[in-house]
Design a protein. Structure first.
Length: 263
């Protein structure tokens, strides 16, 4: 049996890989990679390596999770170094638990190599401290994707004022997302910043507030949304006024400063 490495590829830019991740990518016989792993990172693999795209994007699946688990087993049986390459960090919304369970069951040796997760990358891009001790005593990572898979289940718990939320995979329905946040008790003027295509040449972000989130055009995936007072400090290049009416306020007109910024 070979050894499987669950490796974090970071947010996309190859120079944000850890040195250990780089060495393993270069040494791998087989690489099973997700859709969020950039071409720039994949180009670091050996020309002799077998690259298998097992990614899932916008509900389109090339392989089911059971298929991926089986591929890991067969790859480890026939190769010395198997890299399971995941965008961001393997342990943050990367389904690593299911894959580790399979590897344990089949008694395959494995190791987890952490990567720079999207929350930290987005905060760095927008120059926002997720845990500014003056206004944020804790931070929570959430995924709107789980909301879609478990329709009807509550996915945002009532939020304290001094808490930062980082929402992974927010989707394109910002109106629904804003409604869910308001329903969890988050006040309408709470700042939020959306960061799209982190660390790529197409990186951009949008700054608004929870009450006006449904009034703005969703940024391209992949994206994360930072919600909380810390988002007020997000840098912006251009200010735009978004004006609209929200049912949450009985049709009252809401004005929000929205900032767009390219990399």
């Amino acid at each position: 049996m070979g050894k499987v490495y669950l490796v974090g590829a970071g947010p996309g830019s190859a120079d944000l890989l850890t040195l250990r991740a780089l060495r393993l990518i270069q040494a791998a016989d087989v690489i099973l990679f997700d859709a969020l792993v950039s071409t720039e990172v994949l180009q670091l693999a050996s020309s002799n390596a077998r690259l298998i795209n097992v990614g899932k994007r916008s509900g389109r699946k090339s392989f089911s999770q059971d298929d991926i688990n089986a591929l890991l087993f067969y790859a480890a049986r026939n190769a010395e170094v198997v890299v399971r390459l995941k965008g961001g960090d393997p342990m943050i919304f990367g389904r690593a638990a299911e894959e580790m369970a399979t590897l344990r069951k089949e008694r395959i040796e494995f190791e987890v190599v952490p990567g720079v997760t999207a929350a930290c990358s987005a905060a760095a891009a927008a120059k926002v401290s997720l845990t500014d001790r003056r206004i944020a005593s804790n931070v929570s990572f959430l995924t709107a994707h789980s909301c879609e898979e478990n329709s009807g289940k509550k996915w945002i718990e009532p939020s304290e004022n001094n808490r930062t939320l980082v929402i992974y995979m927010p989707g394109q329905d910002y109106e629904r997302l804003g409604s869910d946040l308001l329903g969890a008790g988050i006040v309408a003027n709470t700042p939020c910043v959306v960061v799209s295509k982190i660390s790529s040449a197409d990186q951009q972000f949008l700054r608004t507030n929870v009450g006006s989130l449904g009034l703005v055009t969703a940024l391209p995936a992949p994206a994360v949304i930072i919600v909380g007072e810390v988002a007020e400090s997000a840098e912006s290049a251009e200010e735009v006024i978004a004006v609209g009416k929200l049912e949450h306020f009985g049709g009252e007109e809401v004005r929000s400063h929205v900032a767009y910024s390219a990399r």
